[in-house]
Write a protein that binds this ligand. Structure first.
Ligand SMILES: CCCCCCCCCCCCC/C=C/C(=O)SCCNC(=O)CCNC(=O)[C@H](O)C(C)(C)COP(=O)(O)OP(=O)(O)OC[C@H]1O[C@@H](n2cnc3c(N)ncnc32)[C@H](O)[C@@H]1OP(=O)(O)O
Length: 719
């Protein structure tokens, strides 16, 4: 709702009241409409101030209302009534003014912001555009180039930047409502037309046509198939070229298309999923709101390879003192230099002082004795990690949390190496660790709720999107990825080329297809892991790696490519060819095509035509099927956890919501039917066999994704 009060004799103060972010629910909109009418009606009221309660102006339209029938007064006429008011209206902005919240402020005649406020029109990130006049008013206020930037990216600006852009009239460090009340009294009686943004055209900008063309091209390239950024450009173009009323009509038309789109549903799902993962629970019943994290003051990182360096930087940038340990002198020196460079570049980008003194370096593992949390990031080798954990168990102070950054080794096994297994968890960072947002926090059956709560709290403090998952081979992300990659290799055996597979995945919205990603990260990593599992090993009698291993189909194609020394970009050759080692631009490679032809001939495989649809269905549905198995096993608490992992760690196109949401959008019966079809054609590929939970969900009438947990509970009593 919104409260009305008369303050300082003649100021009508309207306070938005809808915790936690004063979202513009139907009740709040009704409250504003009533309050504005009252303020205009009462002769004692000479001016109006609009503010929000609890330190936040407004987080925008109530996103939860978008999924049901809309009721209550609409935003556009409400904002119009503020703009045409005959008494001056001042927005007193603190905390955040986002989306519809900023659009209300743009309807006011003046805007005063607290210095800590952030403002923005983030609708594009929800698959929408600022359709309460924001796309038409903002360019009129701050000019087309700046408005295009803000509206197409959805980025938030600080109060200082907002002042510079002309979005606000004044910034204060004092109580913003008090300042706004005083200011409102000072403008009573002044003409208002000049302050009504919709009455003006956009300020002149040269070469507008060229700007729109360039922006459209840029937006299309970056959007990977997302439609909202394109609609945002079209809406701003309408503001620049049409009178206000016609611009508003265009804004409405564009919004009508976006509002009901699957992409908007996916992006809004992601918004809530990202928040839901913070409310973790363990099979034991322990939860985020009943488990207290331990205090963490000092941290340590063991092993300063690529991952260790990134982790140390992340911890230091978040303010933690870090003891960085590396026992090889040369590696330690190199790491020191690399870490300092990363900290300096990061600080420059953020306009702050580099925190070089947060990190102390040591060759001696004993130096971590006083750390509250230690992250082991040594080479991915179980024997080596075991040794490190045994040492840590003897060295670390009681109560210290011992974490491993393994990307898939058994966390329980590592826990068994220490005196206090309840204090062991996995903290699986993604490379580069100081850039990638995702953190999988892996708990085992012996991890205590306190240990998980501590790792989750540290994850939050270092700015990671942290997802709690159970322990299993590959955890959630890599366990699913294995099936995706396996299908891609099978498709090569059956007639596809790397570029055909990649093109299908890139058209779907991945920034890079599976083979391009392999070339970028290095083919040798997977090869080493497969050898470790006893897979990529030639049969001593035939000299060939078998195509059936451990009772299932196996493709040795990637191993054979590695045997040629083709490790991807770093060697100048992999699934693609590169002009020089280290070059980033790959071209289709006739050598790979001939190799595949020979390989098929050698194994009596007949190449067939494979289309994009098959690529998508085989790669994505096999991975989704594994996602259902993960839910069935209780490794992830819900589909949101899996989707957040894929969006933040594996570049899954956000406008498709994550693999599990995608399955829900495609329709579970269709996913089931296609998996059955492919499993019939490839009975030796178990990952194509539809899993129990998927069948159960379909048998239960394919409930919406928000209701899957009910069916999951029936299958797995631990959940
Ligand atoms: C048939 C065709 C018809 C077509 C026409 C349709 C007509 C419709 C026209 C409507 C025009 C609308 C135009 C305006 C659109 C919008 O405003 S869309 C919303 C834009 N705003 C945002 O994107 C901001 C989202 N929120 C945030 O970024 C952050 O929450 C915050 C405000 C910066 C605060 O951050 P923090 O303090 O970290 O808190 P959080 O944990 O993020 O949030 C706390 C809880 O609040 C929930 N929440 C936040 N914002 C909203 C919101 N706008 N609506 C609903 N709920 C919100 C958030 O989910 C958290 O709750 P839990 O999920 O329960 O944890």
């Amino acid at each position: 709702m919104a409260a009305f009060a008369r303050v300082s004799g003649s100021v009508g103060l309207i306070t938005l009241q809808n915790p936690p972010v004063n979202a513009l629910s139907a009740a709040v909109r009704q409250g504003i409409v009533d309050s504005v009418q009252r303020a205009l009606r009462e002769p004692e009221v000479k001016c109006v101030v609009i503010c929000g309660q609890n330190g936040i102006f407004c987080g925008g339209a109530d996103i939860r209302e978008f999924s049901g029938p809309m009721s209550g007064p609409p935003l556009i006429p409400m904002i119009h009534s503020i703009e045409v008011a005959a008494k001056p209206v001042v927005a007193a902005i603190e905390g955040s003014a986002l989306g519809g919240g900023l659009e209300i402020a743009l309807g006011c005649h003046y805007r005063i912001a607290h210095s800590k406020t952030r403002l923005g029109l983030p609708e594009v990130t929800l698959g929408l555009l600022p359709a309460a006049g924001g796309s038409q008013r903002l360019p009129r206020l701050i000019g087309v180039p700046a408005a295009l930037d803000l509206i197409t990216t959805g980025r938030h600006v600080t109060a200082a930047e907002a002042l510079q852009l002309g979005m606000v009239d004044q910034v204060t460090d004092r109580n913003v409502t008090d300042v706004a009340v005083k200011f409102a009294l000072s403008v009573v009686g002044k003409p208002l037309d000049a302050r009504r943004i919709s009455m003006h055209s956009c300020p002149h900008s040269p070469d507008l046509d060229e700007l729109f063309e360039r922006t459209m091209q840029h937006v299309r390239q970056r959007a990977r198939g997302a439609i909202a950024p394109v609609a945002c450009v079209q809406a701003v173009r309408a503001a620049a070229t049409l009178p206000y009323a016609q611009g508003m009509e265009k804004e409405r038309e564009l919004m009508a298309t976006l509002f009901t789109s699957g992409q908007a549903r996916a992006l809004q799902y992601c918004f809530f999923a990202q928040r839901a993962i913070g409310r973790w629970s363990m099979p034991s019943g322990a939860r985020w709101d009943t488990s207290k994290p331990r205090p963490v003051h000092k941290t340590a990182v063991i092993g300063l390879g690529t991952m260790g360096r990134g982790i140390a930087v992340t911890l230091a940038q978040a303010g933690f003192p870090v003891i960085a340990v590396e026992n090889h002198e040369k590696q330690l020196m190199e790491a020191k230099q690399a870490i300092s460079g990363m900290l300096e570049r990061g600080a420059k980008r953020r306009g702050v002082t580099p925190v070089l003194n947060k990190i102390t370096y040591s060759r001696d593992i004993q130096s971590v004795a006083n750390a509250d949390l230690v992250i082991e990031a040594v080479f991915e080798d179980m024997a080596l990690k075991e040794k490190v954990f045994q040492q840590l168990s003897a060295i670390c102070k009681p109560g210290a949390l011992l974490c491993t950054n393994t990307s898939g080794l058994n966390v329980d096994h590592l826990a068994s190496q220490v005196r206090n297994p309840e204090l062991v968890v996995g903290m699986h960072f993604f490379a580069p660790a100081h850039v990638m947002k995702l953190l999988e926090v892996v708990y085992g059956p012996r991890s205590s709720p306190e240990a998980l709560a501590t790792a989750m709290a540290v994850g939050k403090k270092i700015g990671k999107v942290s997802v709690a998952v159970g322990n299993c081979q590959g955890f959630v992300g890599n366990r699913m990825l294995e099936h995706y990659m396996e299908q891609a290799l099978f498709l090569l055996e059956e007639g596809a080329t790397p570029e055909l597979v990649d093109q299908a995945l890139e058209e779907f919205g991945f920034a890079m297809g599976v083979f391009r990603v392999s070339d970028l990260s290095g083919l040798d990593i997977g090869w080493r892991i497969r050898k470790g599992k006893g897979l990529a090993v030639p049969d001593p009698t035939t000299g060939q790696t078998a195509r059936v291993q451990q009772g299932r189909r196996y493709s040795p194609v990637a191993d054979l490519i590695c045997e040629q020394g083709r490790f991807g970009q770093k060697t100048g050759q992999g699934w693609y060819q590169y002009n020089t080692p280290g070059s980033r631009v790959g071209k289709p490679d006739p050598w790979v095509h001939n190799f595949l032809k020979d390989y098929r001939a050698q194994h009596g495989l007949v190449a067939r035509r494979i289309d994009h649809q098959e690529v998508l269905e085989r790669c994505l549905y096999s991975m989704i099927n594994e996602g259902f198995r993960i839910l069935e096993d209780g490794i992830a608490a819900g589909p949101e956890d899996i989707d957040v992992i894929y969006v933040f760690g594996y570049n899954w196109p956000r406008h498709r919501g994550g693999p599990m949401f995608y399955a829900h959008m495609v329709g579970l019966p269709k996913v089931l039917e296609r998996l059955e079809h492919y499993h019939q054609a490839h009975p030796d590929v178990p990952s194509l066999q539809p899993c129990n939970l998927l069948r159960k969900l379909v048998a239960n009438g394919s409930p919406p994704i928000q209701k899957w947990k009910e069916v999951m509970k029936k299958i797995n009593s631990r959940l």
